[in-house]
Design a protein around this ligand. Sequence first.
Ligand SMILES: [Zn+2]
Length: 419
Amino acid sequence: MRRTLLPDLVLDARGVRSGVGVAIEGGRVVEVGPATEGERLPGRALAPGFVNAHSHAFQRRLRGSVERRDPEHPRDDFWSWRERMYALAEGLDPASVREAGGRCYREMLSAGYTSVAEFHYLHHRPDGRPYADPNAMAKAVAEAAESAGMRLLLLPAAYARGGIPRFRDASVEDFLGRVEELRSWARERPLVEVGIAAHSVRAVPAGWLEEIGAYARERGLPLHVHACEQPREVEECRKEHGMRPVELLARTGFLGPKTVVVHATHAGEDELDLLAEHGSEVCACPTTEGNLGDGFLPAEGILRRGVGLSIGSDSHVRVDPFEELREIETNARRLAGRRNVLVAEGELSPAPWLLRAGWGREGISAGDPADLVEIDLGHPALADVAPEDLPSALVFGAGSDVVCGAWVAGRRVYPGEGR
Ligand SMILES: [Zn+2]
């Protein structure tokens, strides 16, 4: 059934328009243009849904509880946080993963994220033996997204060494066998796509990176990896391989146009050059990176080289796309001692570049999935904001509570039809 939504404003990276209808049919946007007939959305702006390009849904359970020192480890840092995260991961099973996922994805929809890339490494029983269905945990995550109405890119992540036993597969063949099975399971699930990931250069050896990179390339799959999050990780990589993490990814054939490098906090200039050369993208997770004391995104270097950027709420210390985008620019300002730093060529404000990073697209166009968010123009945070300033006001002056509706594949999933 074709329906036309008539908000007060349509907002995308090209600007703000009024008198525009968005026609949707079969889960997709089929037309965007002048319209007077349709379903009115009074007091609303319609914008593309945000893409959460990096999530570990179960880590949401750490919220609040890790914000104090453990007397045993008075020097709290990424590595001591990781121990707390492992302790949480030890105790989960498919049912609790489904429940944690559901809660996390519902919160994301309420904040304006309409799709999520779930970087999933919680694979096996606590002692490392596979479940009767070796993909039971991954399927529990996928079902949580489906029942929340969230679009999901499921990224089974390879783990060979370190961590805890339930993260690890015995061989890369075992891991790829599970990915293969998961892909055929997901084939009939319209909201679920399966990609692939390697956890990090510390969790898998170079041979695994080669195999996984080749598998993804041959099948055109999205391919994700954590890299350059912490200085210690960079040092360990140099010791083992004589090169830095992104250099290792390039050498092993892991980098390509569908590769997303998560964090890249400590990526050097040469590593950013390699990302640009291979057309790979960086996913920034500033609220998590700030919470963990990781450091600052080299955002100016990313912008200057035209490297693609996306955002993720990662550990879910906060679930708010506006806050992720704002942190990218305000951190760049702190580092540069200037204002309006991340301005793309031909533009005057950082807002369009940041919003494109948040949406993963330019705006609402015919052919796009009908994944949309409604912005409450009557919200106090947006009072007295001129329409042309709305994109910047969202990035710099608003939080996720301005989101009052979310649509996925043409269906209103937050707060839900009829509410
Ligand atoms: Zn992560």
